[in-house]
Design a protein around this ligand. Sequence first.
Ligand code: SF4
Length: 381
Amino acid sequence: MRFPVSVISLLTGYLFKKKLTGQKKFPMVMMLEPLHACNLTCTGCGRIREYKDTINEVVAVEDCLKAVDTSDTPVVVICGGEPLVYGNIVELVNKLLERKKQVYVATNAMFLERRLKEFTPNSRFFFAIHLDGLEETHDMLVERKGVFKMAIDAIKAAKKAGFQVTVNTTIYKETDMDEIDLMLGYLDTLGVDGYMVSPAGAYSSVQTQEIFMTKTDVREKFKNVDKMMKKYRMHNTPIFMEFLQGKRELSCAAWGVPTYNPKGWKGPCYLMTDAHYGSYQELVEKTDWSKYGPGKDKRCDNCMVHVGYDPVAFLALRGSLIQRMRDTVKMFMWQFFAPNNASRMRDDAVVPLPPRRPVPQSQMELHPVKLENFFAEPVAR
Ligand code: SF4
């Protein structure tokens, strides 16, 4: 995750404080899920399936803030579910910004255009829009036609209104990396500020397990990602990218990106749920971290997700002194000298479409959510 200069100074102070106090496990990025309800039923989403019994529950703003305050997290990603379905999202974002946090709203963008005017641009605030491919592919993966176009319109509107926008892309077994390259090139023309790609985490609650990759598949899929790093403003760290390519090993640091949701702090990680805890401290202390990671728990064997491994790039530059110095220079170059083709939005951008693929019928009826419980106006699905 790339940070503005104001946040880098805050983060440096944060890391220094943790070093001074000898705290070994602490959060870098908090995944805050104020609700699990969503206006889509994406094929690869574990949340709407795992939490279907509590899908209508929400966390009150004050409880979200208490969780952020007690964990002392510098970066907060508000996700879910769909955070723009959460009625108090604007209040939550504003209160986090008042606390000098870097805030991302991770959204499928279906409600973004209609809610945009409620937000105010800020250098520490981003809309992180989910796009898994060009039109046919994305609409197939989210199981609804027209979502890609809505997301593109929302990106254009957000950029015009002065907001920062990043795009998050999940890479599945069938993902065509050339199509992702094409998509990022197109998004650059819309002025998108950065990109994050991550292999899909294999949620056990997702029925279509064949969409997920083994470690060997991931390495094959990411083997040419260097070219992407040179071309686009990637928010993944270069160290995490080397891990995805199989050029280096990293150990899981899931405690660095904890998840808080209506049930509490989810342990051990964003992907797996063995327990929920009342506080971040409890999550860290009561989880036996030595039991998790590849070779220790079979559910972890093929895991290479950024929520487990990307924070390590910041927290644990390991190896010889020379290796650590090289890595530090690499991180510095990535932070300050990444390509930036996205400074100007062009109105004449044309979406290049890949070959058509069949789009399965929406499975919305499998996960009935009363959106009117969360959203004051009538909601069109
Ligand atoms: S390796 Fe880490 S992030 Fe991945 S599933 Fe296991 S505990 Fe979770």
